[in-house]
Design a binder for this molecule. Structure first.
Ligand code: SF4
Length: 213
């Protein structure tokens, strides 16, 4: 099922066009069963590549588009390109996020307590301490803005080469699932590293994130 809304009235997406896609008769039908936020026990075993490719091309003229995927980024990161829809990897937790953020734009869920009243904090990989990333809170959580006003007209989630992870504060049932309090990240599994032919993660920008990072 694909639902399109030309002009959204939802608080966060107000004024922009949005699409929603779910499986026929099963709302998790397009989700990977491995996703920790999908406790239905069902889902799609692989990405619908025909839809994925169409999604990449669905960029409005003089505009930007972005979306999120819980499918592992190793399956799709090579398809990311400038001037295409930006696919954000939706990581289950901070260790997963810092690994992914070396390669793809990444978002994750964060416990409220983790912000400690701030709008960002840093996480680092415990295997490569110099690899660290800022986790920046979605501005729509603390300002009366929508994605259209985010990032001074360049929405954070639409930035392909951003150096920071976007954090969404966990609510409801997701709160417990996001309860990973580790600030240090895990080592990227060796088999994944090998899949990239030894590619070295890009150096991080240690500057404090601003709207233009
Ligand atoms: S970070 Fe910005 S673009 Fe992403 S969901 Fe929040 S408001 Fe929208």
């Amino acid at each position: 099922m694909l639902r399109t809304v030309e002009t959204s009235r939802a608080k966060k997406t107000k004024g922009i066009a949005v699409t929603y896609r779910a499986g026929n008769g099963e709302k998790f039908g397009t989700c990977p069963p491995s996703c920790s936020l999908n406790d239905s026990g069902k889902g799609a075993s692989e990405i619908d590549w025909q839809y994925f490719d169409a999604l990449l091309d669905a960029v409005p003229r003089k505009g930007v588009s972005f979306t999120y995927s819980h499918f592992h980024w190793v399956d799709w990161f090579r398809k990311l390109k400038r001037d295409k829809t930006v696919i954000n990897y939706s990581a289950d937790n901070l260790p997963d996020a810092i690994n992914a953020a070396c390669y793809v734009p990444t978002v994750t869920v964060v416990n409220e307590a983790q912000w400690q009243g701030n709008k960002c904090f840093r996480v680092e990989r415990d295997d490569i301490p110099e690899e660290n990333r800022a986790v920046v809170r979605c501005p729509a959580e603390y300002r009366d803005i929508s994605c259209a006003q985010c990032g001074d007209g360049e929405p954070f989630c639409a930035r392909l080469n951003r150096k920071f992870i976007i954090g969404f504060t966990a609510h409801g049932p997701n709160k417990r699932k996001a309860a990973d309090k580790r600030r240090k990240a895990v080592v990227m599994p060796r088999k994944v590293t090998a899949a990239y032919g030894g590619r070295i993660p890009q150096k991080v920008n240690k500057a404090k994130p601003t709207a233009k990072n």
